[in-house]
Ligand binder design. Structure first.
Ligand code: DAH
Length: 341
C-alpha cells in the first residue's frame, strides 16, 4: 500500500505539472481525488490493515492527498496567470504609434468673407437680418419702385412660381429693405446677406444662384457722405488700408441718386489686366440714397428721414478678398481648392 501511495503521488504530481489547460486539470482532479479516483480506491482498502499499521498509513495517505491538492492548486494558478498574461499581451496598446490624422474642414471662402463683412458692420452698430428666398414680387419690385414693365421683372430674367408673376425667387436682397422698414423702429441700421436667383447661364462671372449682402441706414440727416464714408471703411477693412475706391453714377429704381462702387484691381493696381478685363477696376456694389417714394410707400416721412442703401455681390467680394479668378471655383466645392483658405 505504501508503494501504491508513493506511485500515485509521483504520477499525479508529474501529470499536474504537464497539464496544458483547465480541462486537463479537471480530468486529473477526478482521476486522483474523485469519489472513484485512485486515491479514494486505496483509502477504501484501509479496513484491511492491522490496527498498528493503520495510523501510519492513514497519515501517509493524507500527506499524499494534501500534496496532490497542493499541486493541483499551483497548476491552476499557473494556468490562470498564463492566460492573463497572454490576454494582456494580445491587448497591448502601443501608445508611441502616431495617431491617425483627422482631416479638419475649412471655412468656405465665401463664408469667411461674409464673416468679415458682418464683423465690420456689427462693429458699426448694424443688425444682421435674415429673410425669405421665396419672395413676393410686390416686395422685390413694386415696393422698390420697379413698376410693371420694368425690364428686371421680365420672365426671361426672373424665376416666378405662378402665371400672375406674384411669387418669385428673390432676384436681389433689396426686398429686405422693405421688410426692415415695415417691421423695425426708426432709426434703422441693417445688413441682410442671402441667396438670390436670376435666369443667368453659368460662366466665369455668372451663376443662376448667387449671394448678395444688402445694407441700409435710415436716420435723420443721413447723406451721401455717410454712404461713401461707410463703404470706404468697409473696403479698407476688407481689402487692406489704402484700398482705392471709386463711385460712378448709375441708375437703380429705388435710389436717387444712385451709384456703383468699384475697387481698384488688386492684380494690376489699376493699369488694366485680364482679372479686371483691362478696366483697372472691379465693380463691387450698387448703392444710393433711398428714393423718397420708397420711404413714403413704407409710411416713412421723407422730409424727416433720409437713408442710404447698398447691395454687394458676395461672390465677387470673396473673389476680390481671396484673389480667386473664376466664380465657378466657389460653387464646385473641390477640396483641393477649398483647402487653400
Ligand atoms: N439690388 C441691386 C442689384 O441687385 C443692388 C443695389 C443697388 C442694392 C443699389 C441697393 C442699392 O440697396 O441701393 O443689382
Amino acid at each position: 500500500m505504501k508503494e501504491q501511495l508513493a506511485k500515485i503521488r509521483a504520477e499525479a504530481l508529474s501529470a499536474l505539472e504537464n497539464a496544458r489547460d483547465s480541462a486537463a486539470l479537471d480530468e486529473l482532479r477526478v482521476k486522483y481525488l474523485g469519489k472513484k479516483g485512485e486515491l479514494t480506491a486505496v483509502l477504501k482498502q484501509m479496513g484491511k490493515l492491522s490496527a498498528e499499521e493503520r495510523p501510519a498509513m492513514g497519515q501517509l495517505a493524507n500527506e499524499v492527498r494534501a500534496a496532490v491538492e497542493g499541486a493541483l492548486e499551483t497548476a491552476t494558478q499557473k494556468l490562470e496567470e498564463a492566460a492573463l498574461s497572454a490576454k494582456l499581451k494580445a491587448e497591448t496598446v502601443d501608445v508611441t504609434i502616431p495617431g491617425r490624422p483627422i482631416r479638419l474642414g475649412r471655412r468656405h471662402p465665401m463664408n469667411a468673407a461674409l464673416e468679415e463683412i458682418k464683423e465690420i458692420f456689427i462693429g458699426m452698430g448694424f443688425t444682421v437680418l435674415d429673410g425669405p428666398e421665396i419672395e413676393l414680387a410686390e416686395l422685390n419690385f413694386d415696393r422698390l419702385n420697379a413698376e410693371e414693365g420694368h425690364p428686371s421683372r421680365d420672365w426671361s430674367d426672373t424665376f416666378y412660381f405662378d402665371e400672375d408673376s406674384r411669387v418669385m425667387l428673390r432676384s436681389q436682397t433689396s426686398p429686405m429693405q422693405v421688410r426692415a422698414m415695415d417691421t423695425m423702429e426708426l432709426p434703422i441700421r441693417i445688413i441682410a446677406p442671402g441667396r438670390v436667383y436670376r435666369k443667368d447661364e453659368v460662366d466665369a462671372t455668372h451663376s443662376p444662384m448667387f449671394h448678395q449682402v444688402e445694407g441700409m441706414v435710415i436716420d435723420k440727416n443721413v447723406t451721401m457722405a455717410d454712404l461713401k464714408g461707410t463703404l470706404n471703411l468697409l473696403a479698407e477693412q476688407l481689402f487692406g488700408a489704402g484700398t482705392v475706391t471709386r463711385f460712378r453714377p448709375h441708375h437703380f429704381p429705388f435710389t436717387e441718386p444712385s451709384c456703383e462702387m468699384d475697387v481698384q484691381c488688386h492684380k494690376c493696381g489699376g493699369a488694366g489686366c485680364p482679372t479686371c478685363k483691362g478696366e483697372g477696376w472691379i465693380e463691387l456694389l450698387g448703392a444710393g440714397m433711398i428714393h423718397p417714394h420708397v420711404l413714403e410707400m413704407a409710411g416713412i416721412d421723407p422730409d424727416k428721414w433720409s437713408g442710404w442703401a447698398f447691395g454687394m455681390g458676395l461672390e465677387r467680394t470673396a473673389m476680390r478678398r481671396f484673389k480667386i479668378a473664376d466664380l465657378r471655383l466657389i460653387f464646385e466645392n473641390d477640396v483641393r481648392f477649398l483647402e487653400q483658405f
